[in-house]
Design a protein around this ligand. Structure first.
Ligand code: AMP
Length: 436
């Protein structure tokens, strides 16, 4: 039997309804903030991710799924190296959504110089070659937003407020959500801060893991995030980003916090929050569910340099992404049913001699927009009723020779078993009334 790829899931039934609900709520909540849906390709040039996410990140170095056409694989195997491949031949499945949306914004000139900000949201699968475990998949699904062209700290605050409203609308107990925020500085103050952290790591080299020593050179701030508890303990004494901000970044951060306070959003400042991708500047944030042990359910931040890294004009930007699978796990733990009930349906049951009349009734109900089921396996009336129950049908339309001769159908309420007769001409109208 063919097997699913490890770390991937089939989305169907209630799980699929839950994923659709996340998108429906996103459309409502983000729509009110002026965001429009965008869909970019799941496959992009590697360069898009290298420029955007950063060459030194784990996501780009270790987790990105690279894609080659069959013909190219043969060529590569014969040559034994990727050297000489053109940028358009080096492809990858997207590990996250931001780089692709920003690439699209540059390519389609969404934010012309001096133009109004553009606000986009997306939903779709992302791919990372991580070791699969609970809440960590190789193909997972994200809903995210990108707000390009806005530098005002009010945008950072509104983005965070919108994220928290989204979680509440999905059904999270607001008291269970822990929002952490930090500011990572910008091109003015971050290089010096980065250097301080690098020196700190090298000064404590004997206490840090090999990965962190490598990070000291590549991306020292990532040492705050090390999976090794001891490294994180050592890093507690490292210089902290909020103490190393330039005046502009410090003022921006203060303003973001004061807007959050004004909106009554509870947050915790975590000066060690750095997030895994290189492109963040200034505000970063993450949301966890207390006691859910699934890791962060969402996070994001500002990325004022990203448009330029993707070849555009200097344009500020910010955004966030949330993960469907972790949200589903965390909501389940809170006893919230994200999937909701199966859609209501009507079942048309008939005796074999009037099957053609049932065919017409089924079509008429569907034309009226009613989700309608019937028998296609020659079942007895009794087992058609059983089937109707199994499908959760609210109503059953029953047709036999007597009904058809009289031009009526029997409408049976599957819960109360009450019955009424309705003329076939008015069947669809009456069913719609009863289902409303
Ligand atoms: P990131 O792009 O790493 O900031 O991730 C944003 C959100 O996507 C996280 O908060 C998770 O909810 C989700 N996520 C990231 N990586 C994975 C993964 N490997 N499996 C499942 N969900 C993930």
């Amino acid at each position: 039997m063919a097997q699913r790829v490890q770390g991937t899931e089939d989305l169907f039934g209630g799980y699929m309804r839950a994923w659709q609900r996340m998108q429906d709520v996103a459309r409502e909540v983000f729509g009110a903030y002026g965001f429009d849906l965008i869909e970019t390709p799941a496959i992009e040039q590697v360069a898009t991710f290298v420029h955007g996410i950063g060459e030194s990140t784990d996501v780009v170095r270790k987790e990105m799924f690279r894609v080659y056409s069959g013909a190219l694989v043969e060529q590569l195997l014969a040559k034994g190296s990727e050297d000489g491949l053109k940028a358009k031949q080096r492809l990858a499945l997207r590990p996250e959504g931001t780089a692709g949306v920003v690439r699209a914004a540059v390519q389609n000139n969404f934010v012309p110089q001096g133009g109004a900000p553009v606000k986009l949201w997306y939903a779709g699968p992302m791919f990372r070659g991580e070791r699969p475990q609970k809440g960590r998949l190789r193909q997972f699904h994200q809903v995210g937003v990108e707000w390009l062209g806005a530098s005002d700290p009010a945008a950072d605050a509104e983005c965070i407020i919108m994220l928290m409203r989204y979680f509440e609308r999905l059904g999270f107990d607001p008291a269970s959500l822990r929002l952490t925020i930090n500011s990572m500085g910008d091109a003015t103050c971050r290089p010096a801060y980065r250097e301080k952290v690098r020196s700190f790591i090298l000064d404590h080299a004997d206490q840090m893991c090999a990965d962190c020593l490598e990070r000291a050179e590549l991306n020292p701030l990532r040492a705050f995030d090390c999976k090794n508890d001891h490294c994180r303990e050592v890093m507690r004494d490292a210089p902290l980003a909020p103490n190393n901000l330039c005046a502009e970044c410090a003022a921006h951060y203060e303003q973001v916090k004061s807007y959050l306070d004004e909106a009554g959003i509870a947050y915790v400042e975590d000066p060690t929050l750095v997030r895994g991708l290189d492109y963040y500047t200034r505000t970063v944030f993450e949301v966890e569910v207390v006691g859910a042990s699934v890791g962060a359910i969402g996070g994001g931040g500002r990325y004022d340099g990203l448009m330029e890294l993707e070849g555009g004009k200097p344009t500020p930007g910010l955004g966030f992404a949330v993960g469907f699978e972790r949200i589903a796990l965390a909501l389940q733990a809170q006893g919230v049913d994200l999937a909701g009930a199966e859609p209501a349906c009507v079942y048309v049951a008939c005796t074999p001699d009037v099957r053609p009349s049932a065919f017409g009734a089924v079509l008429a109900l569907r034309e009226a927009g009613v989700r309608t089921e019937a028998d296609y396996q020659g079942r007895s009336l009794k087992s058609q009723f059983k089937q109707a129950n199994k499908l959760g049908a609210h109503l059953c339309v029953v047709l036999g020779p007597d009904e058809v001769a009289a031009g009526v159908a029997t409408l049976r309420d599957m819960q109360s078993h009450e019955q009424e007769q309705v003329s076939l001409a008015e069947l669809a109208t009456r069913v719609c009334e009863r289902m409303a």
